[in-house]
Design a protein around this ligand. Structure first.
Ligand code: GDD
Ligand code: MG
Length: 368
């Protein structure tokens, strides 16, 4: 089975985590999101994948190579400029089989693709959208479904005053017949959600509901943290759960731990946790991270080589690779510190604040 994965979006809502790498290769616990996706696709019989890239394509290539480790044939297609979700598919037309899967590249899910493909065949659909229920559907593509699973209405990101009487959203996983390409004009920026799905309503568009699946779009800092915690707690089926075992903990033998690590947590190679520091529950320290004496890291992700001073508090935050955080600084409440950023001592960064690469924060310079 063939699959096209869309990875060309700019990931603006996840900056600065996505300032230098595309959303799809953002690290989640111990591997990039795309590796989870490829492992999931492989379990459902996919052996041929086309990565539809735009923004920062080389980053995706470098991480994945030719896919041989995963037993998948991997090819890369790069648009000359962002063509939108349908335009990107059209751009890959020459490589596509008669039937293929299309996936949004920023979703972690274990939904049952095999059952979706089986339903697609049974209904004779042109397109079958995977659907999952979510508590607040307004920021997604909403679907109203008939009893025979055909789509009655597709509404992409409805306006705030629209009446919503469904909680089923399009999960960003589609089974498509090649004929959908005939609906997409070439060489133009076109949205599949706004131009193609509405045209297929009553003309071969079906929905496949999987209400027991894990599903999350990692597109915001809060959701990035949530998905990290869900992986650590084994709420989604991944290989990481095996790595963590019944203790929900993995501390690499090369890490130097003088402080305390509370599960669920992952501490990678050459990380250092000084005396009196507390790491976890729900913490990821990537390779080479250092945590100073007396500091606390809870419900947070600290990426490669970042260095945290003494008596700091990191809670519900993301620290990007190579960042330096001075003593007694607090980073909390959804804040994100960009790659290589240096923050002085005695600062407070909280309430979703984001510090971007290139910004300098001196000692005691920031309180928000
Ligand atoms: N190649 C390419 N070119 N890929 C693109 C482009 C483009 O111009 N624009 C977006 N993408 C990719 C993104 O990288 C992402 O993987 C996917 O297409 C969806 O784009 P998002 O920007 O993440 O869209 P969204 O999350 O707001 O909405 C979409 O996903 C929801 C589920 O997460 C829609 O498909 C909704 O209908 C859906 O409910
Ligand atoms: Mg998205």
């Amino acid at each position: 089975m063939q699959a096209v994965i869309l990875v060309g979006g700019e990931g603006t809502r996840l900056r600065p985590l996505t300032s230098s790498v595309p959303k799809t290769v953002v690290p989640l616990v111990d591997r990039p999101l795309i590796v989870y996706m490829l492992q999931w696709l492989r379990r459902h019989g996919v052996d041929d994948v086309i990565m539809s890239c735009g923004f920062l394509a080389t980053g995706v290539r470098e991480v994945l190579g030719d896919g041989s480790q995963l037993n998948i044939r991997l090819r890369f297609v790069e648009e000359p400029e962002p063509r939108g979700t349908a335009g990107a598919l059209k751009f890959a037309e020459e490589l596509l089989d008669d039937r293929f899967l299309m996936l949004n590249g920023d979703v972690l899910t274990d939904l049952d693709l095999s059952a979706q493909i089986a339903q697609h065949e049974a209904t004779g659909a042109t397109g079958t959208l995977a659907l999952v229920p979510v508590p607040d559907p307004s920021s997604y593509g909403l679907v109203r479904l008939r009893a025979d699973q055909s789509v009655e209405e597709f509404l992409e990101k409805p306006s705030p005053d629209a009446e919503l009487d469904t909680n089923l959203i399009s999960a960003g996983a589609y089974v498509l017949e090649r004929s959908v390409l005939d609906l997409i004009p070439p060489d133009e920026k076109v949205s599949i959600e706004r131009r193609v799905w509405p045209r297929l309503v009553d003309d071969g568009l079906y929905g496949f509901v999987d209400d027991s699946a894990y599903w999350i779009d990692i597109g915001t800092p809060a959701r990035y943290l949530q998905v990290t915690f869900d992986i650590l707690e084994g709420k989604v089926r991944t290989d990481v759960a095996e790595r963590l075992g019944d203790e929900f903990l993995d501390v690499d033998p090369s890490a130097e731990v003088a402080g305390r690590v509370v599960p669920p947590a992952v501490v990678e190679r050459a990380a250092r946790i000084a005396a009196g520091a507390n790491v976890g529950g729900l913490a990821v320290l990537a390779e080479g991270v250092s945590i100073g004496a007396g500091s606390t890291v809870q419900r947070s992700v600290v990426l490669r080589g970042a260095s945290i001073g003494e008596e700091c508090v990191l809670r519900d935050c993301i620290v990007c690779p190579g960042a330096l955080i001075g003593d007694r600084t607090q980073v909390t409440d959804g804040a994100m510190i960009g790659e290589g950023v240096s923050i002085g001592a005695d600062n407070v960064v909280s309430r979703g604040a984001r510090v971007f690469p290139g910004m300098e924060v001196p000692d005691g310079g920031l309180a928000f």
